[in-house]
Design a protein around this ligand. Structure first.
Ligand SMILES: Nc1nc2c([nH]c(=O)n2[C@H]2C[C@H](O)[C@@H](COP(=O)(O)OP(=O)(O)OP(=O)(O)O)O2)c(=O)[nH]1
Ligand SMILES: [Mg+2]
Length: 346
């Protein structure tokens, strides 16, 4: 991050009250010209990050930022220049956004982001813009009615990303349960499932255990990308769609294809590096704080979590002792948000 040749760029995912996101088209003659982007530009010498954000959005869109927080901080090396893309989520602003420098701008839904061509570095930014701040992992419950009641409460609480985690079930019983959840909740959730192979339901994502991550990473060495995504059906639309960023580096990439999310559970730098190489859409990192379910595990703590998040270019959900109260701190260390079982099970 301290490399003086790396250009520090502030970019903004601006979200309006209807959840639409503003994108702008870069002029033809500039670096990455003609591609769509999240508005922003180079931080000036000795300028604070938030001040740079405010200045850029005033210059480029004629708006005054009133509410914003860090969303994702990534590094990318283009052949001709290296950038740090310091991306903020802007949820409050004054004025009407317009292309103040004559550039075309467009408000689009998070799914529609997939239809636009962005610079190669933007894959994880598009994903971060599409993913919510809370990731619910379902607890083991004694009966299905309890599970469905909890999912209903989660839907009412605005939770949109859910991992159906039911341990001690046969693969067949689990698959039948997934189908009942899809039938009941449809597009209300972006559903992530566990299992030994990529799920075959349209739009349902696959959350790898760290053991599966390692195995897939080992098998993937020297293999063409997408070798393990066979059987994943085409997206139905709705919910958070994974994007296919044209021009993105594809080696080893598994995530995103066909609108299906790929995620992995990580606990250390090595697992994060494997997840990054596989090109997963997002990860959970745990345990951040001590938890009742894993009393023996050594928690990472906030500062180690910050360092680990800093080392990768993808959205990270912090897991382990998290509740909605920890969200501000999670954002502060650079996380996408929090993942939790009990902490989000209202
Ligand atoms: N603003 C923005 N820049 C991006 C994105 N993705 C991406 O790779 N970049 C790169 C392209 C450029 O090399 C750099 C941003 O520089 P810029 O040309 O927008 O800088 P600026 O607004 O300050 O303009 P200027 O000083 O060159 O006139 O970051 C993105 O989504 N938004
Ligand atoms: Mg700019």
């Amino acid at each position: 991050m301290s490399d003086p040749r790396r250009i520090h760029v502030i970019a903004a995912v601006i979200r309006d009250g209807q959840g639409r996101i503003l994108i702008a088209r870069r002029p033809d003659h500039v670096h990455m010209g003609g591609l769509w982007e999240f508005p922003g530009g180079k931080l000036e010498r000795d300028e604070a990050r938030f001040d740079g954000l405010v200045r850029e959005l005033r210059e480029e869109l004629g708006i005054g930022v009133t509410e914003a927080r860090p969303l994702l901080d990534i590094r990318h090396d283009y052949p001709d220049k290296s950038v740090r893309l310091d991306v903020w989520l802007v949820t409050g602003f004054e004025g009407e956004a317009h292309g103040a420098e004559g550039q075309p701008v467009r408000w689009v839904s998070s799914c529609e982001l997939d239809e636009y061509e962005f610079p190669a570095a933007n894959g994880p930014i598009v994903r971060a813009a599409q993913l919510p701040e809370r990731y619910l992992i379902t607890p083991d419950v004694s009966d299905e009615a309890e599970l469905f009641a909890g999912l209903q409460r989660a839907r009412e609480a605005g939770i949109r990303l859910v991992q159906l985690r039911q341990t001690g079930m046969s693969a067949e019983a689990y698959a039948a349960l997934v189908e009942r959840v899809i039938a009941e909740f449809g597009d209300a959730f972006r559903l992530m499932v566990k299992g030994d192979e990529a799920p075959g339901w349209a739009g349902v994502g696959w959350h790898l255990t760290s053991r599966q991550l390692r195995e897939l990473w080992q098998r993937q060495q020297g293999r063409p990308s997408d070798a393990y995504r066979g059987g994943v059906a085409a997206p139905t639309g709705g919910g958070v769609a994974a994007s296919s960023v044209v021009g993105a580096p594809t080696p080893g990439r598994l995530g995103g294809a066909g609108g299906t999310l790929l995620a992995a559970s990580c606990h250390n730098a090595e697992e994060l590096a494997m997840a990054a190489e596989l090109g997963v859409d997002f990860v959970t990192l745990s345990p951040v704080l001590p938890t009742a379910t894993h009393p023996d595990a050594q928690p990472l703590g906030w500062e180690r979590a910050r360092e680990l998040i800093d080392s990768v270019n993808m959205p990270v959900y912090l897991l382990g002792g998290m509740t909605a109260e920890e969200l501000p701190e999670a954002f502060e260390v650079g996380a996408q948000g929090i993942a939790a079982i009990r902490g989000l099970w209202g």
